[in-house]
Design a protein around this ligand. Structure first.
Ligand code: SAM
Length: 251
């Protein structure tokens, strides 16, 4: 396994060993909500920056947004700390004949071309466990935006840490997610899953820490760095991004 951008040996990351099943499990778990959210996010991005501009997709996962954006003509840089997730993204891009620039490393570590828009959505910042790293990550996002560039951020709501809407008990997927609360808004996330995709049976367990970030902390860090919140456009009731914690900022 290659070293990280800081030349430290790679440490196993959340999702690494079940990245191959991530799309199946997430599609199955979130269904229509997931597809609407993807559609709404893609539409919002297209209204904010034109195709052919550069987008940095931080915590790109398996490419839920990276791949369609690349298809629409955006130059997408996919920053992802999980080797397993990035490998799946790269395989999907190659299969679809799409040109995407992958970067394996954290948001804070990223060094490379600047972009016109940055994304950090679908619980990405919950994986950042301390305020210093959150601040360094936001600062690095700011540093890698062109002047006037946009930052679409999702701050996961407290609700996501209190409910377990992700438990499934069906014939081809049995999934249990448990969140154990600790001090300082830290949680242990434990997932046990088994299922069948195509003819393949799979089973995995994963356990990692996540953190709830109150929006006041997030806003105060972003303001300190120099981001301006540009719009509350997602608050219309018909917008799929309403009440999702999505906010748009500008450099
Ligand atoms: C739930 S997935 C969401 C993926 C994608 N953003 C989406 O909307 O489908 C969160 C991803 O963020 C990645 N991630 C979390 N913290 C990160 C960080 N500091 N730097 C880079 N990637 C990170 C995780 O490895 C994981 O693949």
């Amino acid at each position: 396994m290659s070293n990280t951008p800081n030349n430290q040996p790679y440490q196993p990351q959340p999702h690494d060993h079940w990245a191959k099943y991530y799309d199946f499990v997430f599609e199955y778990t979130f269904g229509g909500y997931y597809r609407n959210l993807t559609e709404g996010t893609l539409q919002a991005i297209q209204q904010i920056v034109p195709a052919s501009t550069t987008i940095l997709d931080y915590g790109a996962g398996t490419g839920r947004l990276t791949l369609p954006l690349s298809q629409y003509g955006y130059q997408v840089i996919a920053v992802e700390k999980s080797h397993g997730m990035l490998e799946v993204l790269k395989e999907k891009a190659a299969k679809a004949g799409l040109s995407v620039t992958p970067y394996q490393g954290t948001i804070a570590e990223y060094q490379g071309p600047k972009a016109d828009m940055a994304l950090a959505v679908f619980t990405v910042i919950a994986y950042i466990l301390n305020e210093e790293e959150l601040k360094t990550s936001f600062q690095n996002i700011y540093n890698h935006l062109n002047d006037g560039g946009y930052f679409l951020l999702e701050t996961p709501s407290r609700y996501l840490f209190s409910e377990q809407p992700t438990n499934i008990q069906e014939s081809n997927l049995v999934r249990q997610v448990q969140l154990t609360s600790h001090h300082n808004n830290l949680f242990t996330y434990t997932e046990t899953c088994r299922g069948t995709v195509g003819n393949e049976n799979f089973a995995y367990e994963d356990k990692f820490q996540i953190r709830y970030w109150p929006s006041e902390t997030v806003m105060s860090l972003l303001n300190e760095i120099g981001f301006n919140e540009v719009t509350h456009q997602f608050e219309s009731t018909t917008n799929p991004l309403a009440h999702t914690g999505y906010q748009l900022f500008q450099k």
